[in-house]
Write a protein that binds this ligand. Structure first.
Ligand code: BV8
Length: 237
């Protein structure tokens, strides 16, 4: 909900903001997709073909995400809430934004710490409720309807239920910040197009992605852990 008077800062983040915390990105040479094909581990077909492989792929990432810490970029975005209504739209499935103290985080592509029924997407549980060690989800762990529990993740080819909400945030932004995403995956990448042309946009990434021509766009070609705190200091200054 919009805080009266406070300006809306909307932030779209991707895997790059968690890179310096030690979580691999997707499309780097040594990235997550380097060992697996998208369709084998992040699609309904892959799930149907080899659910054990998919469960293992997410179990390993869930375990890793619980072992690492938020970095200066996550903390700086949380600090921004002192003066602004900060709405984070993340493509990430880790909970580093929440652990850094951000209070409004929308996970477009789901969350590692959440699992759901394969039969009813609204039957959702926290991994800690169902797992014996807090990170592992196993074949044979069923939902109350008797279907296999699956990661509460949006796979390729699955619709993105929270996109409408994210679109409205982009349309109401007074400032739009993009951190650490290659802007390859849609509809998430398309959010930039819903930001009014009069609104200032900023992209922070050591390799600024190729973009359509946008009005009022600034770029900081540097890692999140230095670029985000620098920008936040300016905005709070
Ligand atoms: C949909 C799951 C329709 C969670 C993810 C052809 C066939 C089939 C589909 C399509 C197709 N063409 C297009 C599509 C649509 C498809 C899509 O976009 N595909 C892409 C590959 C072309 N999209 C979908 O399928 C979506 N659904 O369209 O549904 C529909 C409609 C109605 C009814 C039914 C269906 C669903 C998309 C969601 C897929 N799930 N992941 C998980 O496993 O994690 S996407 C996956 O990629 C992650 O979620 C991730 O967030 C996302 C984007 O990646 P990035 O975050 O950008 O990471 P990346 O590695 O790419 O980039 C890292 C960036 O960080 C780089 O720029 C790098 O320079 C930077 N960086 C590195 N270090 C740092 C840094 N930045 C700052 N600091 C640093 N230190």
């Amino acid at each position: 909900m919009k805080n009266t008077g406070m300006k809306n800062i909307v932030v779209l983040t991707g895997a790059g903001i968690s890179a310096e915390s030690g979580i691999q990105t997707f499309r780097a040479s040594d990235g997550l997709w380097e060992n697996h094909r998208l369709e084998d581990v992040a699609s309904p077909l892959g799930w149907k073909k080899d659910p054990a492989l998919v469960l293992e792929f997410y179990n390993q990432r869930r375990k890793k995400a619980q072992e690492v810490q938020p970095n200066a970029a996550h903390f700086a975005l949380a600090q921004l809430e002192e003066k602004f209504n900060v709405q984070i739209i993340t493509q990430n499935v880790d909970d580093l934004h929440e652990r850094a103290g951000s209070s409004q985080v929308l996970h477009l592509h789901g969350e590692l710490n959440s699992v759901r029924s394969s039969a009813d997407e609204n039957l959702v549980f926290n991994i800690s409720e169902v797992s014996k060690n807090g990170w592992e989800l196993e074949l044979g762990q069923l939902c109350p309807l008797g279907s296999q529990l699956r990661p509460d993740i949006v796979w390729f080819g699955e619709r993105v239920p929270k996109f409408e909400q994210a679109k409205i945030m982009a349309q109401n932004a007074d400032f739009f910040l993009v951190v650490g995403t290659s802007l390859v995956v849609y509809p998430a990448a398309g959010l930039l197009e819903y930001v009014p042309s009069s609104v200032s946009k900023c992209i922070i990434d050591p390799n600024i992605p190729v973009l359509p021509a946008l009005y009022n766009l600034h770029t900081l070609e540097e890692p999140a852990s230095s670029g985000v705190p620098r920008l936040v200091a300016k905005l709070l200054g």
